[in-house]
Design a protein around this ligand. Sequence first.
Ligand code: ADP
Ligand code: MG
Length: 696
Amino acid sequence: MYKSATMAINTSIEQLPNTRGDTIRKLKAIGIGTFWDLLNYFPFRYDNFSLLSPIDKVQFGEVATIKGTLTDFKNVYLKNGRKIQKGVVTDETGKIDVVWFNQPYLYRILRPGMQVSFAGPVKGFRNTLSLEPMEYDILKTPDSVPIHTGRLVPVYPEKLGLSSRLLREKIFRVLAQIEEGLIEFTAKDMFPEVIVNFNHLVSELDAYRNIQFPKDFASAKSARERLAFEELFTIQLSSALVKKEWQKEKVGNLFEVMKFEKNLQEFIGGLPFKLTNAQMKVTEEILTDLKRPIPMNRFLEGDVGSGKTVVAAIAAYLSFLNGYQTLLMAPTEILALQHYQTISILFKKFPIKIAIQTSSNKITSDKKAKTIDNYDIVIGTHALIQKKINFGKIGLVVIDEQHRFGVKQRSLLKEKGMNPHLLTMTATPIPRTIALTLYGELDLSIIDEMPKGRQPIKTYFVPREKRPSGYQWIKKQITELGVQVFIICPLIEESDIETMKSVKAAAKEFERLQKDIFPEFKLALLHGRLKSKGKERVMDEFRERKYDILVATSVVEVGIDVPNATIMIIEGADRFGMAQLHQLRGRVGRGSKQSYCLLYSDTQNAATLERLAVFSRTYNGIKVAEYDFKMRGPGDIYGTTQHGYMSLKVASLSDFKLIEASKKAADYFISTFAIDTYPEIKKRVNEYRVRQISRD
Ligand code: ADP
Ligand code: MG
């Protein structure tokens, strides 16, 4: 007998039988080019149509699948002009009416005499039961396997009008042909056997079968776990490899540490405060890196106000002592300016030349200086290294609040003949497990302790009815204690850049507050659409106490330091993620006075109220983040800008256990196996890297 040749799994979908050109075109447009891509288009839920019932056993209220012969079918016109479709299904136990509302096209599809399988809720009317099908199958023979009924039925994201029904049929077909041996599915697992066994992974083919058409919910879960493990493993392995390659790099300008230990001690001893234990620990970690001929690539995480800048300054000082320049880059001009001010104060008594280079600030102590190659610390925005500036010998680059110093930026430095030590800093609270995955190629240091004497920022939830007394209390605080207040406007639209709608809403709120609530005080408005100079002026004037209250949108910079501002009001608090709330809250509590954060919200939603309650009693950023991860997943941690950063398909960053297991497996793999003997793993790692570089 003739047997058709087997097709490869990466055969083009053009080979799909009975598929219109229009469908092929749409599938390709959503990224499905091959059979393999089809298998990798995952459902986001399953409709449970697995209850198969003989017709005489169906029960009112249940969702059932019935199978039998369609013995009658017609369109019925109701008096109100609406159409219903009515049929009768008969099996060996009895018959039942089936009813659809307004789906006249079924008349062209369903005909009496057909073998059918229908799934849907069982309804009742005057003691007769009927079924309202949500899905149907037409069976070639009574024994044919139904696709859309009689099982857990996958439901897919429907894009470009491609229905779940259509996707389901195509995917089912591919899986069926794999069973029949018509499409080849490699029998060899991508992982070494020990990894499969140790992690109790189901086979790859089982995973695809059961994520698409699961036997039951438990097998859908283990399928998902297997595929999530593959995904996380790929990411972990990729970073581990990058890290390994990094170990081969040679630092451009070698540091001496021992020789300057005394100077460093002097600098630290001369600070107006004692370093916290956490600061000392991470300083040690950084100095250990700086001793080595391999460039440092370290990620420093610490809550707002935990004192990261000082730590960076110590490293910059060492760079200076070695005769090298340090670049410090911030995400915005305001923050660059603030760093400039802080660093200038820290080095006031030292012969260190500090310059700032942004589009609106070119401050150097020598006005006529044409280049900044003789400055010891150069501060700017992230665009700094893209500029055609003549730098001197750069020893250290500090990057504030940009989570990954991309491959591109690094090659820019290399083009300029530099391979400096890198220190990346963030105040975004990220649980350690997550940080190790997101930034696995970096070494991680965490400052998990606040300087002594900082009082926790008392945080309260203020419901609508308490609003007036809240405003009264604020007035009293301003008049009696002379403190200043931030009022953050609600998030109107989620967007990377501030939309006009958000700006207008903020302007309106500003007017309301100035006219109706705080007419006796001076208010200023700050939003992302102001020019950089304008923002700076408002911030400076606020710092100089020209205003009592600063009304601002949430897009406004995180790190702003105004010690006299002790009250933070967050309007529409329910609309922010917890990590974002935490960062907003971190703008107060900079001085020695007791600070407060008031969460204004009209929400009645119990889960949201609980979330805000947890936030009110949790002061540690990482704890806040962990809670948020468990409750809502990672999207909120990174706000709108970082959302979808890793574009995970199946895995979730809230699954700490799987993340840890896959990390262990990746580390084990790299130490035990040669990646060249695992072509599928190698391929995936390469694909992941290409995607990552193109996103940089
Ligand atoms: P961040 O981690 O947000 O960058 P900063 O480095 O700006 O924090 O520090 C916040 C404030 O705390 C600064 O005014 C800084 O001088 C001060 N500070 C830093 N470390 C300590 C410490 N160990 N004890 C007291 N104050 C400190
Ligand atoms: Mg900072």
